[in-house]
Write a protein that binds this ligand. Sequence first.
Ligand code: EPU
Length: 418
Amino acid sequence: MDQLLIRGGTPLEGSVRVSGAKNAALPNIAAGLLTDGDLRLANVPRLKDIETISRLLRHMGAAVEGDAAGGLTVSGRAVSRFEAPYNLVRTMRASVLVLGPLVARFGRARVSLPGGCAIGPRPINLHLAGLKQMGAEIDLSEGYVEAKAPRLHGARIVFDIKTVTGTENLLMAAALAEGTTVLENAACEPEVQDLAALLNAMGARIRGAGTDSITVEGVPALTGASHRIIADRIEAGTFAVAAAITRGDVTLTDCAPEHMVAVLGKLREAGAEVTAGPGSLRVRMGARPVAVNVQTAPYPGFATDMQAQLMALMSVANGRSVITETVFENRFMHVNELLRMGADIKIAGGAAFVQGVPRLRGAPVMATDLRASASLVLAALVAEGKTVVHRIYHLDRGYETIEKRLAALGADVRRVRE
Ligand code: EPU
């Protein structure tokens, strides 16, 4: 198992290219199941999660081919198995994104229930309730969801709470359903918009993506299409915090600052100088950050996927900040590890009370999920002495060669075998 060795204290400087968005690429690849045409996707990040969904589609008989330029072609022509097995869903919850496309195009799907994960129970009841409203028969047996429908029909679906992959699953299902579907209280995330853009390029008729009411007029078939995946706003946000926490000066290229308004607002409030241009972002920090309060919320609110990284920044801020997590229960696993590095944080209810300290100290640390691991890397970049981040396979799920890109900005970071 690999680990990262980090010696903190160097201000990061220079420029880094932001990768394509993992959470847009995953549903877009799953959309390949909706057609027997070829989907040519550009700007696909090279990540473990992308390998996992590619394996899953190949398991069903689809062809998934990457190229050297970061492109991926998905062909769902030969799909002949309609199952997402436990061993793949267990390693990546987003595997559940095959459910909507399979039922819509083939009339059946058997998908392992994701079960608990490191950031809470994360059920898929809303995905299932929506499919039921569209006429699917749903059975649960032996840890699997079995869904059947000769042809899904349109429905008016009001989500109890906003769910990103739930909205994406039903969007894909509705694209091929008979009649019109309206998704209310839908997720507005840029990744949902990106999926809708791809589906429309495939011949779907979707309006309103990016708002909380999406209308989908079903069509009998979808075609192949070419599509470029949007920039990863969470990866970009993580690099932006890396610039701020090390009091550096970093320019991000190929990014989408318009998708990062809440995070950039908090960075500015914390004292960073943030300059956004079309597709680029410069983040500079000259002094110790100022404590700010943050509450996570669905888009366009402050992303839960940036909460752990912002907490690393607040750990060294001047003052006390309150960080409230409203999207997931149990998404504070980074706190105990940050404490081991000298942070002063208390959790009460759904909030973390962070009293900034002048400095953190390096320590061996380990996290149980992707964004928590990212926060430990950020803390390590500013900590005195050596930090060893264990179990970095979590990081590899969502950040492409993070150590090389941080090293190119001047960080002292190396990947070593345990
Ligand atoms: N929820 C339900 N029932 C459902 C679906 C969701 O109760 O049927 C609850 C969840 O338990 C949670 C809330 O609704 O409390 C929101 O969850 P959501 O469904 O939006 O999360 P998700 O779709 O499973 C995606 C991202 C996550 C990101 C969340 C929130 C992908 C592949 N994953 O997950 O990304 O944290 O939205 O923005 O898009 C990550 O990249 O590290 C990551 C975890």
